[in-house]
Write a protein that binds this ligand. Structure first.
Ligand SMILES: [Zn+2]
Length: 331
């Protein structure tokens, strides 16, 4: 699926016909896009999905299910999906998306055809931001460069003041981890900021969601709930809790991605690589660290950031994982 491009070839995947248009805006009857805002996709959700996949297409010859976060399937959910992928309904196509092949459960990926997509170029991302989101060209260019091919993140950086503030704090961290006190403080701040993000998102969504469910379940004036609705309320609370954890994790992950980008730039300077820097806005810091340390040291620092991401993936307590990282980043 591509963005419509003026003068593009007409035909399947043209970007202009009714099929392309409804697919792109997400209203195509036979294209279902599944996203999750939770840490994992569980058995229950997957069963529902598999059941829907058994139905015949509404209009066309095929129906397509795009599972955007296939890397978030739990093992149980993977087993449910496995049967559907092994013996798919005759006119259903599953598209499972993940950051890399290794992120998908081995049982699933061994039964799929693999398609590797390229990371879009900085110019291409900036172009989408300008045309689709109406962002100023210079702002779009800077955001695309800073996020290295990630369209969603670039858009957030270009449009969300808070995202910009977060990033600038993260990029100051390499200069703050001189002594143990500085390391611990920086770690605490990083984790607090992620928790704050999660809280903010929760405040925006949870209250409304809870009110809506209450109304749907027939809450009386004054908020008293009818009998037998406690289970549904409890389920929503559980879901909101899981979402909060996921938001916090995502926010930390973003910070770590920025940090990796910073040290990658340092390495590029140290090796006099010709590749364009991602974080030109903090060029002074990049140059200072590049001058004061060695490429070997920079590589070890990048490894420390990656190790932290892995630890978080394994559900190590965030503060513990981030502290271990900042200590390893020390001068
Ligand atoms: Zn088309």
């Amino acid at each position: 699926m591509r963005e419509p491009r003026p003068g593009a070839r007409r035909g399947p995947g043209c970007g202009f016909c009714d099929g392309c248009h409804t697919t792109l805006v997400g209203t195509h009857a036979d294209v279902e896009i599944v996203r999750t805002d939770l840490l994992s996709i569980g058995v229950k959700e997957t069963r529902d999905l598999v059941r829907r996949a058994q139905l015949s297409p509404a209009g066309g010859r095929w129906q397509v299910i795009v599972l955007e976060d296939a890397d978030r399937l739990t093992e149980g959910a993977g087993n449910v999906l496995l049967k559907a992928v092994e013996e798919p309904a005759p006119r259903t196509v599953w598209l499972l998306c993940a950051p890399s092949l290794e992120d998908v459960l081995p049982t699933i990926r061994s039964r799929c055809r693999h398609l590797t997509l390229r990371t879009p170029a900085v110019e291409a991302v900036a172009d989408v931001l300008v045309r689709r989101d109406g962002i100023e060209p210079e702002v779009a260019q800077a955001a695309a460069r800073a996020t290295q091919g990630h369209i969603d993140r670039a858009r957030r950086l270009a449009t969300d003041e808070r995202a910009r503030a977060r990033r600038s704090v993260v990029l100051k961290l390499p200069l703050r981890v001189d002594d143990i006190g500085g390391c611990l403080k920086a770690a605490q701040e990083l984790v607090d900021a992620a928790a704050e993000d999660a809280k903010q998102v929760a405040e925006e969504i949870d209250v409304k969601e809870t009110e809506e469910l209450k109304a749907a379940l027939g809450a009386a004036q004054g908020g008293r709930m009818p009998r037998g609705t406690a289970g549904a309320m409890k389920e929503l609370e559980e879901r909101q809790k899981r979402r909060r954890t996921r938001t916090q994790r995502d926010s930390l992950d973003l910070a770590l991605t920025d940090l990796t980008g910073f040290y990658r730039d340092v390495l590029a300077l140290q090796l006099r690589s010709r590749s364009a820097l991602a974080n030109t806005d903090v060029r002074d810091s990049l140059e200072r660290i590049a001058r004061d340390t060695t490429p070997e040291r920079t590589l070890r620092r990048i490894e420390a950031v990656l190790a932290c991401r892995k630890a978080l993936d394994r559900n190590v307590a965030p503060l513990l994982a981030v502290e271990a990282m900042t200590m390893a980043l020390r001068g």
